[in-house]
Design a protein around this ligand. Sequence first.
Ligand SMILES: [Zn+2]
Length: 237
Amino acid sequence: MSDPKNIGRMSRRSVIWMAGAGTLIATIAPGLFKTEPAYAGEAISNITPDAALKKLMRGNQRYIDQKRTFPDQSRSRISEVAKGQHPFATILACSDSRVTPEIIFDQGLGDLFDIRVAGNFLDDGVLGNMEYAALELGVPLLVILGHERCGAVKAALDGKPVPGHIGTLVTAIKPAVDATKGQPGDAWDNAVRANVKMNVNKLKSASPILAEAVKAGKLKVVGGRYDLDSGKVEIIA
Ligand SMILES: [Zn+2]
């Protein structure tokens, strides 16, 4: 925290609630990601975590109703975001080609900070992405988004040997399968929902930085499930 140049790269509010974690600022801020000085978080300073969630869900409703407005995709938006980014939500979504955040939430350039991993689970790299979005960009909302009939969850459910590095995904999702074993209803969907909830819960212990942001009211963390049939995102955690 001793180098003023580093502090200048953070949003003011990030610095305030990060006062107790100065070494992390010094680690993340200088040059690891090229962000325009003094932009970070400023543009979203007027949007609360709750307002961000409402904005996101309104976009999903437009998508469901087939009344999309395709916001923030104009030539002027390209120029605007070239100067710096101020996304209002971080989305950890499955890599599944049918769950593209900008499409299902009807958003545009610079609106969403996307992290995509098959099975939408946390690991160190994902946590690093999330912490960067919250600390450096001041993003007020974080959504962990699972989806109906997730192939990665199915692989964990089947428990069959898988080639190459796919086993990494299976291992990460297996706790959700184990936790829902024997439960009534659809085993696949039960595991999808449990996987979202378990990762939302895990976030709090896995990242003290994000937990502190939540405690300070600067960040809201929710879990969602995307319905492939209806297009609806349901908040489940
Ligand atoms: Zn999936």
